[in-house]
Each structure stands twice: as C-alpha cells, then as structure tokens.
Design a protein around this ligand. Structure first.
Ligand code: MRU
Length: 332
C-alpha cells in the first residue's frame, strides 16, 4: 500500500501506526497497529478515537492485512470483529460495509486497498465541506463552546465541529473558544486544547461544570459539537456531557449545532433510544490516568455509572451541519 500520513494515522512499508491519543499532548508516540487485536485494543483504550478515525483505521488495517496475503475468510472475520469494537459510532459500520463489498470482488486485495484510500480521501473532502457549511453560520466576534475532540486527531481531515471553528477562525470570526475538559477522559483538556494551540485559535479551558455559569453571564454565543451517530429523527449520540450542554443552551437561548459527515447519519435508526451506548470501565471515573501518571480518589468499593456517550434529543438542536449543508429532520 502507498505510504500515507494524516494527523493521527500513518502507513509506512505496509505497516499501520497510530498516534497514541492517550499520551498526547505530553508525548507523541506512534504505536504499531498491525493486527486486529492491536487495533481493537487501541480503540477500546481510546488511543485511536473519534468516530470517523476509527472507521478509517479499521479500513486501512483490513487493506494492509489483505496485502500481506491474509485469506478472504479470515479478513471477513477480522471485519466483523472490528465492526463490534465501538458500538455507538455508525461511521465504522458504514466504512466496513464498503470494505465488505470490496472484499467480495475477485481481486479483493487491490479492491480493499483502493477502497481504504478512497475513504481517507473522501473523509478529507467531507471535513472541508462541513467546515465551509458550518463557518457560514458563525457570526463575527463569536465566543464558541465545544466539547470533547472533533479535530484533525479524530478524522483524516480538518475535523468536524473543530474544523468549523478552525475555518471560522481563519475567516477572522472567532473571539474565543471555551473548551470543555470533557470528563472522564479529558479529550477536551488534552486534545482540543493542544489542537487549538497548534492552530493559534484563542481558547480557554474550562471544567464541564463551568458551562452553565458562562452561559448565564452571556459569554457563549454558540455551541458546536460532533456526533457518533445521528438517528433518522435527528437525535444525536455524542460524548457524555453533550446532552447537558444542549439543555443549558436551550435554557439560555444559545444556538446548539452538531457538525458531522453524512456517514454519521443512520437512517435505519429511528431515534436516540435505539442507539447502543457503550459502558466503560469504572476506573475512568474513580480516578484519572494518562502519560502524566495515574491516581485514584474514590474508594475501592465505589459503584460507578460510566456511559461513554449520551443522546441529545432533536428538539434541542438548532442545526445539523453535514458536508451536504444544513439538513432537516425527520429525514424524508
Ligand atoms: O470517545 P471519543 O473521544 O472517541 O468521543 C469522540 C466524540 O464524541 C466525537 O464528538 C465524535 O466521535 C465525532 S469526532 C469527529
């Protein structure tokens, strides 16, 4: 396969490497992801994360395994194992459906390589189109609030919600970005803060519980978030904490936008209740861990509720900004 480089994926000499998003920003470690077990482990540990990036990494790995002579049956099993690695993100399923069609072709090795390459190129274009459509909604002097990480680290391109913010900044329209730290895994504090710094976008980091008081003080002009899955009625599953922001935004009369590629849409999913939500390890809530070390503050016996995502009902969302433009729900 041809060498390839995005912000957080790399193909060199037919090997896949991922930028470890658990170690950023203190350490920039490229880790090998050369087997299904490797990649599923990276996905579960959120070393590879962001709905679009997970689908792209799984597609690249399948193409590389095919190039190494792995048989069609084994690739088919690998594809299904990868499909189950993150139940909420529908981009993963959409990408793997396309890889499955390529796997059915006579020359499946070349078909898989070509399809994985196309998915990467398409994702870059989708991000650019989302950024263009979204930036048109940002008014000059905006103070924007965002949650989790939806930038170049989470996609092959400029990102989704963060791509909109970066483009609006290039167009001189962003006065400040409020970055939710995003408990429990701190994707905002670690990754979004790092990306905005690299892009020279002015930002201030806040804990998730500070958004309400900022909104009450009139310090937030719009909220921009990404999505793991958008149901046919417009309900959106995204990183835990998104729903509370949407409720707050509604109360304070602040526009709440969701930015995502059309591959995040799931027309077969009627509403948010039908979206599977991954439950995660209690240790993410009883303490915190990263390249900075690990600490536990809760009692060993503490019982924990730790859903990775929540569902924001469509009625709280001002606009769904896709690569195709602003869409209306329910889908026709
Ligand atoms: O668990 P994460 O960090 O992968 O969660 C990421 C999100 O919730 C993003 O908003 C979503 O996947 C879209 S990323 C462009």
């Amino acid at each position: 396969m041809q060498p390839l480089q995005t912000t957080s994926l790399r193909v060199r000499e037919n090997q896949l490497f991922i930028l470890d998003q658990q170690a950023l920003p203190q350490e920039k470690n490229w880790l090998p992801a050369n087997s299904v077990e490797d990649l599923v482990g990276h996905i579960h540990a959120l070393r590879v994360r962001g709905a679009p990036l997970i689908g792209l990494s799984a597609s690249l790995l399948l193409a590389l395994l095919a190039g190494r002579g792995v048989a069609r049956d084994e690739l088919s099993t690998a594809l299904e194992t990868l499909r189950a690695s993150r139940p909420t993100a529908v981009n993963l399923m959409n990408n793997l459906d396309r890889m499955k069609l390529a796997l059915a072709q006579a020359d499946f090795v070349h078909a898989l390589e070509a399809e994985a390459g196309r998915l990467i190129d398409e994702d870059k274009r989708l991000c650019d189109d989302i950024a263009r459509a979204g930036s048109a909604l940002v008014t000059p002097g905006s103070r924007l609030l965002t949650h989790c990480n939806t930038g170049g680290l989470a996609t092959a391109g400029v990102g989704t919600a963060l791509g909109v913010i970066a483009r609006a900044h290039q167009e001189g329209k962003v006065a400040n970005v409020w970055v939710d730290e995003t408990r429990p895994l701190l994707q905002g504090g670690r990754l979004t803060a790092w990306e905005l710094g690299e892009l020279s976008v002015p930002y201030q980091l806040i804990t998730d519980s500070m958004a309400a008081s900022l909104m009450a003080k009139g310090q937030v002009d719009a909220v921009w978030v990404g999505a793991d899955r958008i149901a046919a009625n417009g309900d959106v599953a995204n990183k835990i904490g998104t729903y509370s922001l949407a409720v707050l935004a509604k109360f304070h009369n602040i526009p709440f936008y969701v930015a995502a590629p059309h591959t995040t849409l799931d027309p077969d999913c009627p509403n948010g209740e039908a979206i599977p939500i991954e439950q995660r390890d209690a240790r993410e809530v009883t303490g915190v861990a990263g390249s900075f070390g690990a600490v536990q503050w809760a009692p060993d016996a503490a019982r924990v509720y730790n859903p990775a995502f929540d569902v924001t009902p469509a009625e709280l969302i001002t606009g769904w900004v896709l690569d195709t433009g602003v869409v209306r729900f329910p889908l026709g």
